[in-house]
Design a protein around this ligand. Structure first.
Ligand code: R5P
Length: 290
């Protein structure tokens, strides 16, 4: 049991000191088996170590939200520019062409909607994930939520236990409850808990002090984009996150709700993989959007 009366916050994150003996391009994956490394390499580009994951799983909670009314029209044209597709099995089976060669990060938990409180109590059967040949499974953790923390940690644990047997990576998705502060302390805690419970990728949010979140997480951290921002601000978010240690983005609304989603995903890709500045990214976006 933790000594709650003497919780000392971490202070020395070794910022700027790279990890020793990192001979694989995905953080924390050196000791994993071949199948796991192969799947991670489909998501994280071996040349840059980075990934642009396109998240369009929102409908499983929100229904046909703006930009996702017709996945065939809104998302399918973006597939060629993404490194990985994050979606639910229903959308994958019904609408994503099976001849896509892009890796799939399958949203693997469920049980809630925008109409009710969080209630994540369903975890996909591992056999279904295998049947769909996914490259990763994504499971949400509600750290700090009294009612759902234990349930969602158990979900992650079960997913890791089952997925590990088949060398399928699991991405821990840090949910932020209404009462949670969106700061480095919270995201650092939630991200580390995901990794300690066996997640091989962590998805969280960018915040001030993000470099500490990324440094203290022993596996790659990708950031969600969050609510729609003006395109230049969204590109700044990507740029800052990568500079502060993110291994990529798992972005949804800032791509599919853009005035030009095809241009936006290409600009995001260039910021993440080529390290172009937000100004250059925005110029690229404007050129491609013409
Ligand atoms: C996470 O749980 C959500 O389902 C989305 O995948 C995530 O929030 C990323 O999308 P966005 O960039 O729109 O925040």
């Amino acid at each position: 049991m933790a000594d709650l009366d003497d919780l000392r916050e971490g202070a020395d994150f070794g910022l700027g000191i790279s990890r020793e003996n990192q001979c694989f391009h995905v953080k924390g994956a050196e000791n994993l088996p071949w199948g796991m490394k192969d799947r991670l390499s489909r998501i994280f580009n071996p040349k840059t170590g980075k990934a642009v994951m396109l998240a369009f799983d929102h409908g499983f909670i929100m229904g046909p939200t703006s930009g996702l009314e017709r996945i065939d029209l809104n998302i399918v044209p973006l597939i060629e520019y993404a490194d990985c597709l994050m979606c639910t099995r229903g959308i994958l089976q019904s609408t994503i062409p099976a001849n896509t060669t892009k890796p799939i990060c399958l949203r693997s938990d469920a049980g809630t909607s925008i109409l009710t409180d969080l209630n994540d109590n369903v975890l996909i059967d591992i056999e279904d994930a295998i049947r769909m040949n996914v490259s990763a499974m994504a499971v949400m953790l509600a750290i700090g939520d009294d009612a759902h923390e234990a349930k969602t940690v158990a979900n992650l644990y079960k997913a890791v236990d089952k997925a590990s047997r088949y060398n399928i990576p699991v991405m821990g998705v840090t949910a932020v409850g209404k009462q949670m502060a969106r700061d480095a302390r919270y995201f650092g805690l939630a991200s580390r808990i995901c990794a300690e419970n066996g997640a091989t990728i962590v998805k969280t949010y960018y915040c001030e002090g993000f470099e500490k979140v990324a440094a203290a997480c022993p596996v790659p951290v990708v950031i969600a984009g969050g609510k729609k921002l003006p395109e230049k601000e969204a590109l700044e978010l990507c740029y800052n996150a990568i500079n502060d240690g993110a291994a990529g983005v798992d972005m949804g609304r800032n791509v599919f709700q853009s005035t030009s989603p095809v241009a936006m995903i290409q600009a995001v890709h260039a910021v993440v993989h080529q390290g172009i500045t937000p100004d250059q990214g925005y110029e690229l976006f404007c050129d491609l959007a013409k």
